[in-house]
Design a protein around this ligand. Structure first.
Ligand SMILES: [Zn+2]
Length: 226
């Protein structure tokens, strides 16, 4: 069944949330790109960058504006397609999708965040399961905007919890590196941040479901062990 659910959990206008008027139509996005192009040119002027006379840079303000509207912050402007969920038909075991690629941007420094998201849930016998690729879409939708990792973890958790009706528990773990740590300030490469948000049967340390989730992440996990 296809469902149109209100999955937003962050405030409109807030830097991590959707833009006022969300979702924007093509004309509104195009107007936004025009305005942002002019503003980024002024930003480069303030930095005394001679971008207009450099063939590599004279269209850079437009490239940057398009990258924000169409890719880096696309989740603020573009609605997610309806989520498909299915009856669980008596299945009541754990469902895990691991190593979902994450690209996001920290709202403190506007530097990129890169890593992986692991999602687990347990459906009830009469609950619903979600089409697998929809979990990837949820990660894209909330990742593609300014965020701090803690809020991003919560947003993804709330969305999965809403879609998988009557679930017995949902757990989200994000392992990510932040360019604001590796490229500026302390300039330490390789430090990773791990956040976990759990509900229901995953909530308490040492319980079987939580253990099964973390154990599964260690199996042939492409080096993303936690
Ligand atoms: Zn940062």
């Amino acid at each position: 069944m296809k469902k149109k659910l209100d999955l937003e959990c962050t405030q409109e206008g807030f830097a991590n949330g959707v833009a006022p008027g969300f979702p924007l139509n093509d004309q509104e996005k195009s107007d936004m790109i025009e305005q942002a192009t002019k503003a980024y040119g002024k930003f480069l002027d303030a930095l005394k960058c001679d971008w207009r006379n450099d063939p590599n840079s004279n269209d850079t303000p437009r490239r940057v504006a398009k990258a924000y509207v169409n890719d880096l912050w696309a989740g603020r402007y573009t609605a997610m397609s309806p989520i498909t969920s299915f009856p669980s038909d008596g299945y009541d075991g754990i469902v895990i999708e691991r190593n979902i690629p994450l690209t996001s941007m920290c709202s403190h420094h506007h530097q990129t965040i890169g890593g992986v998201v692991h999602i687990g849930y347990i459906t009830s016998e009469k609950g619903t399961v979600v089409g697998l690729s929809k979990l990837n879409r949820i990660v894209e939708h909330f990742g593609r905007r300014g965020a701090i990792q803690e809020q991003l973890t919560t947003a993804i958790h709330q969305a999965v919890d809403k879609i998988c009706e009557d679930n017995l528990g949902v757990i989200i773990t994000i392992v990510a590196t932040h360019n604001c740590v590796s490229c500026r300030g302390i300039k330490h490469k390789g430090a990773a941040m791990v956040t976990t948000k759990a509900s229901g049967v995953f909530r308490h340390n040492g319980n079987d479901a939580r253990q099964e989730f973390f154990n599964s992440l260690k199996i042939n996990n492409g080096g993303h062990q936690i």
